[in-house]
Design a protein. Sequence first.
Length: 396
Amino acid sequence: MIYQCFVVTSYLPSRKTSFSGTRARSSSTPQRPLSRRLGLGTPSLLPQYGQSHRIRDVLPRSRLYCAHGRPGGSADASEVFDDNDADFILSPEVYRSLTVSEIDQVAYMKPIPRIQDMLGKDQVPRVRNPATSKISFRGLDNYDTSPCDGVLKQTVVNPDKRRNFARYLRAGPREWIAFRPEEVRAAIVTCGGLCPGINTVIRELTDGLWHLYDVRSITGIKGGYRGFYNGTPYVELSPSRVDGIHRLGGTILGSSRGGFDLDRIMNAIRRNAFNQLYIIGGDGTIRGAAAIAEACMKERLRVCVASIPKTIDNDIPVIDHSFGFMTAVEEAQRAINAAHVEATCFPNGIGIVRLMGRNSGFIAMYASLANRDVDCCLIPELPFEVEGRDGSRRFC
């Protein structure tokens, strides 16, 4: 089982901590401080449970506090961790026992679900990534992405504040993969509303699977989640089939809202022997993808699910921008410019532009920043008043 965990520190505690069950207690025996100071914000990775040799070069003669044993961080027995002990994964229990004066920043993560852990290594092949031999791809040599690489959400740190860092699994190609090219049966589906760039994603998925990973069975599901089970014929995708679709609007696979029926979708996955699903959609679609992944794990199916976030509103966390968002901001300039002309040509002219975004104000905010002629931008994330000293009417 692979865990993600790291310590961001400029010094470590100067005392021992022992465990009994899940409670930590301290002893007064002084310990040596960290012999090698790290720059604040430098992550020190513990790549895998019991692999302390991977971090000894980073943190020589340092002490790492963590629970030992079952996933979730509970300790199996009383343990004392000294300077040379680095064999354990940091736990929430230990973190709660430390104070600001003892350690700067600590973060921990849940175990990463992997198909090898679910089915066993003997059931999952270890295949070298075919892309490493392709002349059209030179990423792996300079973009070494291990299964434990993470990306920090919070980039500003303060040694006087104690916080948990959100940290996300880093995307990118791996040197070793779990599917042989000839056994892959991939399926691509688009769900929810339309936004610019969906066909580009379909094209790049198809070309990447075909040219980089030598996959020859790529199926397009028509009409969203309903397309799995409503009898609509599937579409076989290939580079020739998707050539030029990035110039078209909408999605060549069609889309629909709703229609998520887990049992019927799982039946379609088993019936067609799909083992890779690429699901393009917004937050609701991604929740459906998570439910499919959990069902596959529960049934011990050798199926991997990848969700590609799609929202023109840009209201999905973790990512900076979703595809289609910048196009919406660009198109909004036309409406804002037209309103500006109307407002400036008449005495006391007021131009009001209402942009899409549902419950998020990203399009309105970015469009206002890009235009610079907007006097007042109202977004749902920030409360506002129309009347009063700080009301929006004073901008009129």
